[in-house]
Design a protein around this ligand. Structure first.
Ligand SMILES: Cc1cc2nc3c(=O)[nH]c(=O)nc-3n(C[C@H](O)[C@H](O)[C@H](O)COP(=O)(O)OP(=O)(O)OC[C@H]3O[C@@H](n4cnc5c(N)ncnc54)[C@H](O)[C@@H]3O)c2cc1C
Length: 179
């Protein structure tokens, strides 16, 4: 992206989208119409959009097997995730660190790769499941949404640190100490 350019990622629910792939062209007018109710500067930003790429967000299971003793998967190849907890790239970086640390610590490569998967799979599975849960929570409708928002307002008023403490398992993790 050049200076002064802006990349906008917008998520909309669709019951009809089926195609996987990254290179489907979208329609700027449709984008503007879909997000017409947004306030603030968004309408101006969308007004300037001349190119739209569209892709689907899909749930996929975490791979059952990440390695065969000679090679190993890291990142999305092993555990593709929905983006609703902002951890996909984080997991890929953690994978890379732990893979390197396992290879460094174990003389025998098959043992190192097996240990890498054993250390990473439970955490990545938990993160992918948390992203799936957020996908549901972020897209509640009707009374369920009103109840959830009232609950969030109450929590942030009476126990402001509760939400972040709920995710201590996620944010307090230390990959350097894990191996
Ligand atoms: C909308 C959205 C928002 C996100 N927000 C966040 C966020 O806030 N925080 C976060 O941590 N993560 C976020 N992610 C997730 C993050 O982008 C991915 O999890 C991360 O990029 C995965 O890295 P990777 O290296 O495993 O895979 P990729 O980044 O997909 O890299 C794989 C590379 O391999 C290349 N490739 C594929 N096939 C071949 C081939 N046959 N030969 C050679 N090269 C090939 C591809 O072109 C690509 O460059 C988001 C994702 C999306 C979609």
């Amino acid at each position: 992206m050049g200076r002064g350019q802006r990349n906008i990622v917008a998520v909309v629910e669709s019951k009809t989208w089926r195609d996987e792939g990254w290179s489907h062209a979208g329609d700027p007018q449709e984008l503007r119409a879909t997000f017409a109710r947004f306030g603030g500067p968004v309408a101006d930003w969308l007004g300037a959009v001349d190119q739209v790429g569209v892709w689907g967000l899909f749930r996929h299971p975490v791979a059952a097997r990440w390695q065969d003793g000679r090679s190993a998967l890291v990142g999305d190849a092993a555990h593709p995730t929905l983006p609703f907890i902002a951890q996909g790239a984080v997991m890929a970086i953690e994978d890379a660190w732990i893979l390197a640390a396992c290879l460094d610590a174990e003389a025998q490569q098959p043992r190192a790769l097996a240990r890498y998967q054993a250390l990473r799979a439970p955490r990545c599975t938990r993160i992918v499941e948390a992203a799936n849960a957020n996908a549901r929570n972020y897209h509640l409708r009707g009374p369920a949404r009103a109840v959830a928002h009232a609950g969030l307002r109450a929590i942030s008023r009476f126990a402001p640190t509760a939400m972040i403490e709920r995710f201590a398992w996620l944010y307090d993790y230390d990959p350097v100490a894990a191996v």
